[in-house]
Write a protein that binds this ligand. Structure first.
Ligand code: ZN
Ligand code: ZN
Length: 559
């Protein structure tokens, strides 16, 4: 009897013990050793150009179960991810995501900036020493030569003596080139002259066969064969303003911004149309899949990395604004494209074998006229008018001369050679300009390069400006407008670039390999994306990293 009792106790003890061990074992899949022991076959970085955080939930009821909802429902959502610098543009945004730092460090201070040595505007990925491949167009003479630090994709290549394959894909060249980094195997973008996917001699000497074959299908033309009608009956788009409103811009030849948009007719007038319609995202998704297949990505022993950016969301956003049915329909269609893409990835490498993240390079502002109609403070900054006012003012102080080389709503480049010639102190003129702007309606801050070089701003608008400031490339006086103010050029539709949440707050989702399900409202910076991916892969951080691994996510692995 005693022995039986002892046996029962022992069995019960073992049962209790094994029951206690269960959660511990379960946690072990997230443990540090677990991560070290294996790596994903593939990393997929997705950037949705101009995707505001609220688009994730604004259109929620109309998304499929297998697109955005799948990432939120099974992955890890950071609800409070923001950019921490200005200007919030495409080049800086893509650079930030992949370098883990801001323009101050990675050098991509804007899409274009005034080069003081060359005395002209330069484009962030322009490189006239390269030649185009897959097109004759000189606009494809591009490379990441102006990116000063390494990317997470570079670090992956460097971590294993270049065994990993890295490819960047986007309709916009900068959206493909900056994420792919300096050591990429390839980056591909859309060339409007040929309607082909193109690259440059920076990456290779000849297009691979699979790219030639893809181009031969003339898919862009195929995607524009029919009129663009809404995916769902138009009366269901209740989250958006009416179809015909004065806040929206027009396609070439249109008289009203209304559905259906006659793509076959418009495409005759606009060679770049595929970029400006949601079908551009389908085109990108299909090319991304072709890249995975053509290069056998995710099939080797090392982890490969595909960086894909969906650019059409930005073009549609600029033209129609954030409240338009066109933008809503573009996101519903992107959701379907993503769903197909995820299904492809599951089949190609298997569910637990790829690590995916999705974020955006910036958000977008409300249309100024819409805001004014709805009593939200906003206004226009007329750069041309301001330029001539400033020139007049400077001439009244310093005498005749063209003192301003360039002026935008983000800053002023002064004519430094003229200042030297006239023996006018640069710091002195910078201060005069800042004073001039500090009194101007719609200007929230005007700060001199001198102040940014010597001070240390840790909070608020000035810290955003400083993190976006690179001494050699940024303007001599930096401007930031008031909330919901923008340049006159963006009268219809919208734009972005500011330090306010509508431009800085973006979705950030991790999904797949070793990613637990969950969400967090802790503030994180987009500079945290690259160090988080580096930590998950156990590789070195990009050289200029100022972000840190997202602790809400990393805590799952240290429990
Ligand atoms: Zn963008
Ligand atoms: Zn944009």
């Amino acid at each position: 009897m005693f022995r039986l009792l002892k046996k029962i106790t022992a069995v019960a003890f073992i049962l209790v013990l094994s029951w206690q061990m269960l959660p511990a074992q379960k946690q072990k899949t997230f443990s540090a050793e677990g991560i070290q022991a294996n790596k994903p076959k593939l990393v997929v970085g997705i950037v949705v150009d101009q995707m505001r955080y609220d688009y994730l939930f604004r259109y929620w009821s109309k998304y499929s179960e297998t697109g955005f909802k799948k990432l939120v429902g099974e992955g890890f959502l950071l609800k409070n991810a923001n950019y921490n610098y200005v200007p919030t543009y495409t080049g800086p945004g893509h650079a930030c995501i992949y370098t883990g730092t801001t323009p101050a460090m990675n050098g991509i201070v804007s899409n274009e900036w005034y080069d003081r040595e060359l005395k002209k505007d330069v484009y962030c990925v322009e490189d006239t020493t390269m030649h185009p491949l897959g097109t004759y167009s000189m606009s494809s003479r591009v490379s990441p030569n102006r990116l000063l630090t390494t990317t997470i994709t570079d670090e992956l290549r460097l971590s294993n003596n270049f065994q990993s394959k890295v490819i960047g894909v986007a309709l916009k060249d900068r959206g493909a080139i900056l994420p792919a980094g300096h050591t990429a195997n390839a980056a591909y973008w859309f060339d409007k002259e040929t309607a082909h996917w193109a690259t440059s001699s920076f990456y290779m000497n000849e297009l691979p066969n699979w790219v030639e074959e893809f181009n031969a299908k003339k898919m862009a033309a195929e995607l524009m064969k029919e009129k663009w009608n809404t995916l769902l009956p138009i009366d269901q788009y209740v989250e958006s303003t009416a179809d015909d409103v004065r806040y929206e811009g027009l396609y070439a030849g249109e008289t009203h911004p209304v559905f259906p948009h006659d793509l076959p007719a418009i495409s005759l007038k606009d060679k770049d149309l595929i970029k400006r319609i949601p079908m551009g995202n389908t085109f990108t998704k299909d090319f991304a899949e072709a890249a995975l297949k053509g290069e056998e990505m995710g099939k080797g022993s090392a982890t490969d990395f595909l960086a894909v950016s969906f650019s059409s969301t930005d073009y549609v956003g600029h033209q129609f604004g954030i409240n338009s049915i066109e933008v809503e329909d573009t996101y519903l269609r992107l959701d379907r494209d993503l769903s197909e893409f995820f299904e492809f990835l599951e089949k190609w490498v298997g569910h637990s074998n790829y690590l995916l993240f999705l974020t955006a390079d910036h958000g977008a502002a409300g249309n100024v006229t819409f805001n004014t109609d709805e009593k939200i403070p906003s206004g226009f900054f007329d750069a041309k008018q301001v330029d001539s006012l400033l020139e007049n003012y400077l001439q009244s102080v310093y005498g005749p001369g063209e003192f301003v080389s360039e002026l935008t709503s983000h800053g002023i480049y002064l004519n430094q050679p003229l200042l030297e010639q006239k023996k006018i102190g640069l710091g002195d003129m910078e201060e005069k300009c800042a004073e001039f702007f500090s009194r101007m309606k719609g200007v929230a801050a005007a700060i001199t390069a001198q102040q940014l070089k010597t001070g240390n701003y840790t909070e608020g608008l000035l810290s955003f400006i400083q993190k976006g400031f690179n001494g050699k490339r940024s303007p001599d006086v930096i401007l930031s407008l008031d909330p919901s103010w923008m340049e006159w050029e963006s009268k219809s539709g919208t734009t972005h670039g500011a330090a306010y949440s509508y431009d800085t707050h973006v979705p950030l989702l991790f999904y797949g390999w070793n990613i637990p399900h969950g969400q967090s409202s802790d503030p994180v910076s987009v500079t945290d994306v690259a160090p988080t991916v580096a930590s998950l892969l156990n590789i070195e951080f990009p050289s200029g990293t100022t972000g840190k691994p997202v602790s809400a996510l990393m805590n799952f692995y240290s429990k």
